[in-house]
Design a binder for this molecule. Sequence first.
Ligand SMILES: NC(=O)c1ccc[n+]([C@@H]2O[C@H](COP(=O)([O-])OP(=O)(O)OC[C@H]3O[C@@H](n4cnc5c(N)ncnc54)[C@H](OP(=O)(O)O)[C@@H]3O)[C@@H](O)[C@H]2O)c1
Length: 299
Amino acid sequence: MSDATPILHMLSPQKHMSPFDVNMAADAGYKVIVPYINVTLEEVTALTQDAIFSRPPDFGKRTGLFIGGKDAILALDMLEAAKKALVPPFELSTFADPAGSFTTAAAMVACVERVLRTKFNRGWKDTRIAVFGATGVVGFAASIITALEGAKVKLVAHRGVDRVIKSAAVSKERFGVDLEPAPGETAEQKAAIISDAEVIFAAAAAGVQVISAHDKALAKDLMVVADVNAVPPAGVEGMDLFMDGAPLPGCNALGVGPLAIGDIKYKTESGLFKQMINSDKAVHFDFRDAFAFARTLTT
Ligand SMILES: NC(=O)c1ccc[n+]([C@@H]2O[C@H](COP(=O)([O-])OP(=O)(O)OC[C@H]3O[C@@H](n4cnc5c(N)ncnc54)[C@H](OP(=O)(O)O)[C@@H]3O)[C@@H](O)[C@H]2O)c1
């Protein structure tokens, strides 16, 4: 392995780079970490090439580019732009994880997959999933990961179905998956979605309860409910922070709570940073790679 200093260039299209991700990168072993803020997509090529040509090719393996922000599609576009800007043998490794969403979604899917496998002898194929918070970055990534695994995924809209229709179209175009937009504004619409679901992902904003005790009682086929919200009130009423496949009170389903997911998320993000530092070739990570890694922690 090269003894070059591990350097991480961290790009954010927002006015801050996430302190969470800076800490994670440092604890994983990066020695020099430089945040760049308000970065536009058009600037990624020049920044990437500035980073690669200043180090001999062997040192490039110890140079990383992290892409943060809060927009999944923009982060994926920036990742593609960075990869296209590489001029072999001058390379670097890349990792997109906007708002921690790719590693969080990967961890949530891997944790639920473990419960489905160990408690129900089921996989994702044809499993009916309802995603609450589907327009958010965590919900978006979790929808695509599970659809790629063969699940039937509903994107629940809590206000106006247009944005989830757009999300489904983008997902089809970029990943070839069929996601079903589902209007969930009225009590009747929500009840129909919940009574049909086998798995629920509660991925709405922090402190927002999307599944109440009343909602849970409507579930007929529900096997597992996952909740990523750690800020009270719970995203799913009655969810325990550390629940990891235990019975969820008030229904027949099993629950996976935010800190059980958070533990796998933390290990996934840290593990991917370590792979970037230690790999003997340039590596590139998006939510699919995050899921592949998270799965190694839950099987
Ligand atoms: N456990 C962990 O390790 C971990 C790590 C990272 C994040 N998180 C959590 O994951 C969750 C999602 O994060 P994110 O970054 O994806 O958030 P986000 O991008 O802000 O998305 C939030 C989602 O919640 C929806 N929403 C907002 N208010 C709602 C309401 N009253 N009813 C139903 N839906 C509502 C939003 O819909 P609109 O688009 O219509 O506003 C959007 O779909 C958050 O709770 C966050 O704290 C957990």
